[in-house]
Design a protein around this ligand. Structure first.
Ligand code: DC
Length: 229
């Protein structure tokens, strides 16, 4: 249990719509840790590109803009709120124009370098951490005490994303969402830097037929037994 005193990191990676964000928050609540949504950081970089006219293909310019404007979280809120230049952009990051540009932004090695650096710095300040994204267990925290990799069928992922968007009042078409998910899957898993892969030694969970509670129950028991080793 010594790790628990000094801090520990749990990583959750997986494609869009596998349920990472909701299970990450629930797992963090149960374990009493903080929760880092790294997708929100890439989405904030996409907002920066769109709203401040920085070419999403110009990684160096974007990285410089990220350092200048500052992407950070307000950790006093639960879940933490993403800020760009001190402004709350937690609603803006979910807009469809942001979703369609974010994979291009996330392909830029310079952008990944800055954000990976920031994620490791966040971990120094918040050493009890559940972190979710695409490269958390493979690149950013390969020594995390437990690494999870979530999968789900594309139809189920589409159904979840459509429901999430409709619940937030956005009118969407199922085919458009499925196409967007498939095109992001392709870009996320084929990029050279930090591609979406199942990290070495990760525990794979297919969430298609499982409820959020069932997924978190599985994860919690894996973490508990690892911490007792
Ligand atoms: O999880 P999400 O849909 O909010 O992620 C938004 C985008 O950011 C997605 O296209 C993949 C990218 N991303 C990434 O490349 N690396 C991460 N660690 C997290 C997200």
């Amino acid at each position: 249990m010594e790790d628990q005193v000094n801090g520990f990191v749990i990583t959750i990676d997986g494609a869009a719509g596998t349920g990472k964000s909701s299970v990450a928050h629930e797992l963090a609540n149960r374990l009493g840790t903080e929760c880092l949504d790294t997708g929100a950081m890439y989405r904030a970089a996409a907002v920066l590109s769109i709203d401040f006219n920085v070419n999403p293909n110009d990684g160096a310019a974007l990285a410089a803009a990220i350092r200048e404007k500052e992407i950070r979280f307000d950790w006093n809120q639960s879940p933490p709120v993403i800020l760009l230049g001190g402004v709350d952009i937690s609603q803006r990051v979910r807009d469809l124009d942001v979703s369609s540009v974010v994979s291009i932004v996330a392909q830029q090695p310079e952008v990944r370098q800055v954000l990976v650096e920031q994620q490791r710095a966040i971990c120094m300040l918040h050493p009890l951490l559940v972190t979710e994204g695409r490269d958390q267990g493979s690149v950013v925290f390969p020594d995390a005490i437990v690494r999870f990799y979530l999968e789900a069928e594309v139809e189920e992922r589409t159904r979840r994303r459509v429901k999430q968007l409709r619940d937030s009042g956005t009118s969407v078409n199922d085919e458009d969402i499925q196409r967007d998910i498939q095109s992001r899957d392709k870009l996320d898993s084929t990029r050279l830097d930090g591609p979406l892969i199942c990290p070495n030694g990760a525990i794979k969970i297919n969430t298609s037929a499982l409820s959020k509670t069932e997924v978190v129950d599985l994860m919690e028991s894996e973490v508990t037994s690892r911490l007792q080793e």
